[in-house]
Design a protein around this ligand. Structure first.
Ligand code: PEP
Ligand code: MN
Length: 373
């Protein structure tokens, strides 16, 4: 059960103490407090953990400081969507809005290789009016002999260039909790010219200690990739780990499932789960067509499979796109075969626009039909 207090409730006032006294006297119920600090107000939520079935919502709602009570099902207590649950389905970070109702595009390098390529990418993004990117510094690789990413060495120029080209959020995978501090320090040394979204890769979806560390910090939002060989429920529980430690600014990313049934794609594209995740949780949903499809294959209509899959996710309501580009894919140190080229960026964006407009039209049609019936 979640008790949502009136905005800006003062924890020193008697009415608050009265509620807390009532809650603390409840047998076998643990209490957890969470403050959600927004620009305009602070919302306090009180989580009651234990057998809350015998508790009457209206009795609790009668307390002066209580705004409303939400009964949660056992699944995904914090990030889930529950009955009569009108909590937010969006958050803002560094001036960029992430929500179940909008769409952000993160085009960029799978792995940072050199300064020149980072600059070419950032410049192209700015020219296209984009404000987010992906830049891999820490790369988890199947072979220990493959390029592992430049790590913290490349952070100063990545952040500085992001600032120079007005990029507000850089999505970057981390594979160890020490990377959080490295990123924090590099941002600070550069004068915080940009923001970072911490990416948890598919190989780490169930690295619970990493999830806990990332969940304990609130400086950076998190992009959690779906585990490629586990159930959707298990991956959603991984997201809930982040929230249960305190960080609710989580985006869930579909990136395909590892199975030969997806051939000839690198992974079985799972973007039909976009609406399913939006139904089960309040998280914005990201799609990663590059790692799902894994190649620049083109179908007979002269449209690349990556474009087709992106459109399929967007027309189903996806809220974020993570996509690999590279100025010279043949020279890329990681995932070159799936990278789009710089002169394909405008085409890609136009194609997304068509799919997004179609999605919005579909929502509008549904609204009209609901009015009539
Ligand atoms: C990536 O986005 O660079 C990546 C390695 O993705 P995934 O964890 O989905 O394989
Ligand atoms: Mn990759």
């Amino acid at each position: 059960m979640i008790i949502i207090l009136r905005p800006d409730t003062d924890k020193t006032e008697a009415a608050y103490a009265k509620l807390m006294k009532y809650l603390q006297d409840l047998p076998n119920i643990a209490i957890r407090l969470h403050d959600e600090k927004g620009d305009e107000q602070t919302l306090t939520e009180i989580y009651l953990v234990g057998n809350t079935m015998p508790l009457a919502s209206d009795e609790i709602e009668a307390y002066e400081v209580v705004d409303r009570v939400v009964r949660v099902s056992r699944e995904y207590r914090i990030l889930g969507r529950h009955k009569d649950d009108d909590r937010d389905t969006h958050f803002e970070y560094n001036g960029v809005r992430f929500g179940q109702d909008n769409l952000q595009i993160f085009a960029g390098l799978c792995a940072v290789d050199n300064l020149a390529h980072v600059e070419m990418m950032m410049k192209a993004l700015q020219e296209s009016g984009l404000q987010c990117t992906r830049m891999g510094a820490y790369k988890p690789r199947t072979s220990p002999y493959s390029f592992q990413g430049h790590g913290q060495e490349c952070l100063p120029y990545v952040f500085e260039l992001a600032g120079k080209y007005c990029i507000k959020v850089v999505s970057m995978e981390i594979t160890h909790d020490a990377h959080i501090e490295e990123i924090h320090k590099a941002l600070e040394s550069a004068g915080n010219p940009t923001g970072v979204m911490l990416q948890i890769g598919t190989r780490n979806t169930q690295n619970f200690e990493l999830l806990k560390s990332v969940g304990r910090q609130n400086q950076f939002p998190v992009l959690l990739k779906r585990g490629f060989g586990i159930t959707l429920e298990e991956s959603l529980n991984a997201a809930e780990y982040l929230a249960s430690e305190g960080n609710r600014n989580v985006i869930f990313c579909l990136r395909g499932m590892k199975t030969n049934y997806g051939d000839p794609h690198r992974n079985l594209v799972d973007f039909s789960h976009v609406p399913a995740v939006k139904t089960m949780t309040r998280m914005p949903v990201c799609i990663d067509p590059s790692h799902s499809v894994g190649s620049r294959n083109m179908s007979p209509d002269n449209i690349m499979d990556i474009f087709h899959s992106t459109a399929q996710g967007v027309i189903a309501g996806a809220n974020m796109i993570l996509v690999d580009f590279h100025p010279r894919p043949e020279k890329a140190l990681v995932d070159g075969p799936q990278a789009l080229k710089m002169d394909e960026l405008a085409w890609f964006l136009d194609d997304i626009q068509i799919a997004r407009e179609a999605y919005l039209k579909r929502c509008e049609l549904q609204k009209q039909l609901a009015k009539v019936s």
